[in-house]
Ligand binder design. Structure first.
Ligand code: UD1
Ligand code: CA
Length: 451
């Protein structure tokens, strides 16, 4: 069965105390909205429509950065969840199959749960996602009759007996597209909030002799973010899930609680991650690589057998081939380090390519920026870059070439050549002692004068 998604993301999120629309606050490096879109994407949807309102421009950009095919529709006035879904009607006109509604501020609904809802649709016309709430608070309550869902009652509209129900509404609902919009057309706003409730759908379906039911999931999956505190909770929840997944798939984490993942981090089996490592978005670490303590990685690829850190920084476009080493206080950006390259100490390599087995000495810097343009540095195979070499790009150093330590390299260096570019050493015998005697005498004179 084909399925399309409507993701509600028009709300302001007043309680976040933020200029940023709520759904753009991030968990593990990705906006809440993107997490919801990612869950939807797992079901290979026919269409995906995001309903935007507050901060629509930014919301549209975030949605289409993640999925250029995502459609964004506007809800200019927030008149309720039912009204919000109606804004997607035109965008979904004539589309076959089901519609599932998700909330952009509820990032963790699992693809398996959505699949279970799609499956339950084989027996019921409307399927709602519920959960047993530890503290049901102000959630909508699911009124069940055996396996059938009779109605959803909003907290504000519920009586004492209904408020005692602990099975709550997550907000996620699935129905045939045509039926969904048919039923929404019947929804009124004669309720305690004066809003058009999406939650009226099950009762309206039953009034037509159709059926409704609820699929349930763990409360953690339905965690919604309304405050900064809940955002932090969501982050903690997501991190613990990523850590558990990494351990399960054969990654060694010596201190799991200190490792921070991004929403899309990929780490191979038998890779090892030491304490206090942070992964930004877009990182792949292959099997058997080792990420040592206090390293920070984003937008990079680390191959089998490579060793990174301790205290290394890999920025977007860093590509480390097999058995390369990037050591302490080394930063790599937009650069390929071929097999067996070693850059072990205090170095910046940016906009560069380094050939296999080349050794980069401590303190080497690729001077890639002239204040306006960026330039590339190319270093050949089995070269030896002496300590504290400044490579003023654009520049090329040949295969098996050497640069003398302290050199400022501004011209290309040929294969097998040694480039030396620093002031020649001179020596003045006895001068050091003479100088010190002079300075000490001066100091003594000042002290005597002060008495
Ligand atoms: C809703 C449900 C409630 C459920 C709860 C779960 C209704 C009427 N109630 O209540 O049963 O237990 O979620 O968290 O659906 N939104 C729009 N446009 C609108 C209104 C809302 O885009 O006009 C978006 C919000 O930005 C938010 C989501 O829809 O992401 C839910 O809206 P919210 O007002 O938070 O609903 P609740 O009152 O929490
Ligand atoms: Ca809410």
């Amino acid at each position: 069965m084909t399925v399309s998604f409507v993701i509600l993301a028009a709300g302001q999120g007043t309680r976040m105390q933020s200029d940023l629309p709520k759904v753009l606050h991030k968990v593990a490096g990705a906006p809440l909205l993107v997490h919801a879109m990612q869950s939807a994407a797992a079901l290979d949807p026919e269409r995906l429509v995001v309903v935007a309102g507050h901060g629509a421009e930014e919301v549209t950009k975030a949605a289409q950065d993640y999925d250029p095919d995502a459609q964004v529709v506007l809800q200019t006035e927030q008149l309720g969840t039912g009204h919000a879904v109606q804004q997607a009607q035109e965008a979904l006109e004539g589309v076959a199959g089901d519609v599932i509604v998700l909330y952009g501020d509820t990032p963790f609904v699992q693809p398996e749960t959505l699949q279970a809802m799609a499956d339950a649709r084989k027996t019921h016309d409307v399927v709602v996602l519920g959960f047993e709430a530890r503290d049901p608070g102000r959630y909508g309550r699911l009124v069940m009759d055996g396996g059938d869902l009779t109605e959803i009652v909003e907290y504000k509209d519920a009586d004492e007996a209904q408020r005692a129900i602990t099975l709550c509404n997550s907000g996620v609902v699935a129905a045939d597209r045509a039926l969904m919009f048919d039923l929404l057309a019947e929804v009124g706003n004669d309720n305690a909030s004066g809003e058009f409730y999406l939650t009226d759908i099950p009762a309206l379906a039953r009034a037509r002799g159709l059926t409704a039911t609820a699929v349930t999931c763990d409360e953690a999956e339905t965690l919604g973010v309304n405050t900064r505190a809940q955002l932090a909770e969501a982050e903690a929840f997501f991190q613990s899930r990523m850590r558990a997944e990494a351990l399960e798939t054969g990654v060694t984490l010596t201190a799991p609680d200190t490792v921070h993942f991004a929403y899309d981090t990929i780490i191979g089996r038998d890779a090892e991650v030491e304490p206090n490592v942070v992964f930004g978005p877009g990182v792949t670490v292959e099997s058997g690589a080792r990420i040592r303590a206090f390293s920070h990685l984003e937008g990079c690829h680390v191959s089998r057998g490579a060793v990174v850190g301790p205290y290394a920084r890999l920025r977007p476009g860093a590509e480390l081939a097999e058995h390369s080493h990037v050591g302490n206080f080394v930063e790599v950006k937009n650069a390929i380090l071929h097999e067996g390259v070693k850059a072990n100490h205090l170095t910046y390599i940016g906009d560069a390519e380094v050939g296999e087995k080349t050794n980069i000495g401590a303190g080497t810097i690729t001077c890639n920026y002239d204040g306006v343009f960026k330039h590339r540095t190319t270093i050949g195979k089995r070269a030896f870059i002496g300590s504290n070499t400044m490579l003023v790009a654009p520049v090329t150093v040949g295969d098996e070439a050497m640069t003398a330590s302290g050199s400022v390299i501004t011209k290309d260096v040929g294969d097998g050549a040694l480039a030396l570019s620093r002031a020649a050493q001179t020596e003045k015998p006895g001068m050091a002692r003479k100088l010190m005697d002079m300075l000490r005498a001066k100091k003594k004179k000042q002290q005597d004068g002060a008495v």
